[in-house]
Design a protein around this ligand. Structure first.
Ligand SMILES: [Zn+2]
Ligand SMILES: [Zn+2]
Length: 153
């Protein structure tokens, strides 16, 4: 996300906290900022690694708690894609993901065609669709390259 967009989102978050009467702690701000600045969908551990030097005394538990709070507030999404760890995404508009089954990299995919999928009629099952996102599993470019080298060796 570019710098201006990150600043905009942080300002929106400040407003949201004020409206809800939530304290805007430095931890919340820094953790959100970190996720906004990255597009690699970090797991909680990666967020912790990225912010721990800037926030002395920060514990993993606090990072987990703040991530939960950010998800509850709707400013960050938790990805429900397969993989060993929950991943977090600050891009909250509808988009899709390419998931590498070897390195578990998650790459954003913009696709108007997927945004406008005609979903089968699910209402009869009493299920109300709120949102959806498509994940496409495969092997990323980098892993494909590595695999290719492996074969040549
Ligand atoms: Zn990969
Ligand atoms: Zn994403």
């Amino acid at each position: 996300m570019d710098k201006k967009h990150v600043e905009d989102r942080l300002r929106q978050f400040e407003t949201l906290c004020r409206e809800r009467g939530l304290p805007l702690t430095i931890q919340r701000r820094e953790i959100l900022k970190t996720i906004l600045q990255r597009d690699d969908h970090p797991a909680a551990e990666e967020v912790y690694e990225a912010v721990k030097d800037r926030l002395p005394g920060l514990s993993r538990t606090t990072v987990y708690r703040v991530l939960e709070a950010l998800v509850d507030l709707g400013v960050v999404r938790r990805l429900h894609h397969p993989g060993p760890n929950a991943r977090f995404d600050a891009k909250i508009s509808r988009h899709h993901h390419l998931v590498c089954r070897l390195c578990h990299r998650v790459i954003d995919l913009e696709s108007p065609a997927l945004d406008n999928l005609k979903l089968p009629s699910i209402g009869s099952q009493g299920f109300k669709v709120e949102d959806y996102s498509v994940h496409i599993v495969g092997i990323c470019g980098e892993c494909a390259k590595k695999e290719g080298l492996g074969i040549r060796d």
